[in-house]
Design a protein around this ligand. Structure first.
Ligand code: ATR
Length: 312
């Protein structure tokens, strides 16, 4: 096992504290033993995943005899791989594309949240088989609270997008007591379908609006769950016309500042990108499959260092 790519340990000295010390610990080679607990991520491809960086940093900082490994699993070998990983004693897994839905029938049980969202990103080994959950929405809600001090109770939110991420985000906002959710999406049909699902579970007031008719809506929160701004230098809406009152979150994290976030900054609207959601979904996954409290500061330092290195 080699250290995370591009993260040479400077070596020497005690671990100390602060970001430099955290990155020394995160970059050091783990000592693997006969008792080392193995965790990992399954995806196809999986080489781009940041999860090994975050999770291994957490293991190192806590001094756990554990390691987190990327497993590239082709879709047609998913069932075989899950049986094999369980048989080999792997204790927990994250799940990324394209397996987030196809893995469901291969699991022994799902949390209520994973069942409602219809997609999973975290598995824990149990004697009965894999127990699956979804920590994406938890990551989103914790990020809103931690980065923006915003909670959904009694509020109105406008959500752009109606894909897989939107389903997790919308479910958690409503579960958290949001009184009104407006969904705006390029494909109206997909927005209507998501609205119907969310009205059923967890329930609440959910309406649909066209992307080009949001002027004066004045929601408390705007959430972008679309991929607009990730590769195209565009903003999904003209923010000043929407009149967002309290906060904005764009779940894109690369680039760190999208055109939508630039507009929020220009308007003086409190805002954040998707890095916090990425961090806190990882922290919740760590808690789910290790049973330990995640060392969030160390995980954040490792994530920030990795994103900065990738941006170069
Ligand atoms: P994820 O699981 O990350 O949410 P997804 O299910 O593919 O990914 O959803 C992507 C979202 O981004 C959808 O809401 C999609 O709109 P459509 O449902 O109309 O496809 C939205 N999206 C992607 N590219 C877009 C674009 N160029 N303009 C507007 N919306 C876009």
């Amino acid at each position: 096992m080699s250290p995370p790519a591009g993260r040479d340990s400077p070596g020497g000295g005690a671990a100390g504290s602060g970001p430099a010390a955290v990155s020394r610990v995160a970059g050091s080679l783990p000592r693997l033993t006969g008792r080392t607990r193995v965790f990992g991520i399954i995806g196809h491809p999986v080489s781009h995943s940041i999860s090994p960086i975050i999770q291994n940093a957490a293991f190192r900082v806590l001094g756990l005899d554990a390691v987190y490994v990327p497993f590239p699993i082709a879709p047609e070998r998913l069932a075989e791989a899950l049986l094999g990983l369980a048989a080999a004693g792997v204790q927990g897994l994250n799940v990324t594309l394209p397996h987030k839905q196809t893995v469901i029938p291969l699991c022994a049980a799902l949390t209520a949240e994973a069942r409602a969202i219809g997609a999973v990103n975290t598995l824990r080994a149990t004697p009965e088989g894999w127990l699956a959950t979804n920590t994406d929405g938890t990551g989103f809600i914790v990020s809103l609270a931690e980065e923006l001090g915003w909670a959904p109770g009694g509020k109105h939110a406008l959500m752009l997008g109606a894909g897989g991420a939107a389903r997790a985000v919308g479910w958690h906002l409503l579960k958290g007591g949001l009184t009104r959710l407006t969904i705006a999406n390029r494909s109206r049909e997909r927005a209507e379908s998501l609205a119907r699902q969310l009205r059923g579970d967890p329930g609440g007031t959910v309406d649909v609006a066209p992307l080009d008719a949001l002027a004066g809506l004045a929601p408390g929160l705007l959430v972008n769950t679309t991929s607009v701004g990730m590769h195209d230098g565009r903003s999904p809406v003209e923010l000043a016309r929407v009149g967002v009152r309290e906060a904005l979150i764009d779940i894109v994290y690369a680039p760190p500042v999208t055109p939508l976030l630039e507009q929020a900054a220009a308007l003086g609207l409190p805002h954040t990108n998707g890095m916090g959601m990425l961090l806190y979904q990882g922290a919740a996954a760590f808690r789910f499959f290790t049973g330990e409290e995640p060392p969030v500061a160390a995980m954040r330092a490792a994530l920030e260092a990795e994103l900065a290195a990738r941006a170069k």
